[in-house]
Design a protein around this ligand. Structure first.
Ligand SMILES: O=C(O)CCC(=O)C(=O)O
Length: 254
């Protein structure tokens, strides 16, 4: 699926767009599953809008913004269990992480037309810091994405700076790191954008009449120890490639 120069590009730039990882039929199945999750969430008491705080836009504009961003999509539909360990995904993951790959978590990020919320620039590191920094995101595009519908933007090479203080928040100060600072990564439905958890990234509001639906899996080398209490649900995540070299009991295992 990818060549050694692609892996070198990822190591140098902290991101890699891989075209055509999923077929249009697989994309269609994931779109249906995402729509059904949104429907089931709306009928439950757990529905919410998880638009990130956006102090770079006026409060009255911010109030209109929406993000359907539910976690653990593979708990909700088997289509995502298949996507998580799709042979094309595994072919890329083993090149970028190594022979052993473990899921950390999954989520969906649906920006509706006209009002889909922005992601201020940030690193993912502060959410789930690990010692060896093997963690990466694989964002599956379920729609063609461009700057108009809020495609992902990255700051190439920013992962080499290491962890940057986020001042107690999960995003960087927009005056220092405006979203426009990122390089847009336009993609087609079925493409996957892989990016390191130290790569600074974000995306603009969806101002188009089209949705921007992505499903994101976060993966790591299982031998990369988390720098937080391992008794959290993220530590229950399945192996996707190879094996876990460190045997231990998992919380709730007995
Ligand atoms: O999907 C996007 O536009 C960005 C998502 C993101 O930054 C995140 O989930 O950390």
């Amino acid at each position: 699926m990818i060549h050694s120069q692609d892996a070198a590009f990822y190591r140098d730039h902290g991101y890699l767009l891989v075209k055509g990882v999923f077929t249009q039929q697989e994309v269609e199945e994931m779109r249906t599953a995402v729509a059904l999750i949104i429907e089931r969430a709306a009928a439950s008491k757990f529905d919410k809008n998880v638009a990130w705080p956006a102090d770079h836009i006026p409060p009255e504009e911010y109030k209109k913004l929406v993000l359907k961003g539910f976690h653990d999509v593979h708990f909700h539909d088997a289509v995502f269990t298949d996507a998580m360990s799709h042979p094309h995904m595994k072919a890329v993951l083993t090149r970028l992480i190594g022979p052993n790959v473990q899921l950390h978590h999954s989520k969906m990020l649906v920006k509706p037309p006209e009002t889909g919320a922005a992601f201020p620039m940030h690193q993912d590191y502060p959410y789930f810091p690990h010692e060896r920094h093997t963690m990466l995101a694989a964002s599956i595009h379920l729609d063609d994405a461009d700057d108009e519908n809020g495609c992902i933007r990255v700051i190439p090479g920013s992962h080499k700076q290491g962890p940057i203080p986020h001042a107690g928040r999960h995003y960087l100060d927009h005056r220092e790191y405006p979203i426009d600072m990122g390089t847009p990564c336009p993609a087609s439905a079925g493409d996957v954008l892989f990016f390191h958890y130290l790569t600074i990234h974000g995306s603009h509001v969806n101002r188009s009449s089209r949705p921007r639906r992505n499903v994101l899996f976060q993966y790591r080398d299982p031998a990369d120890p988390p720098l937080y209490d391992i008794n959290v649900k993220w530590e229950h995540s399945p192996m996707v490639c190879g094996y876990n070299p460190t045997f231990r009991e998992y919380p709730g295992a007995h």
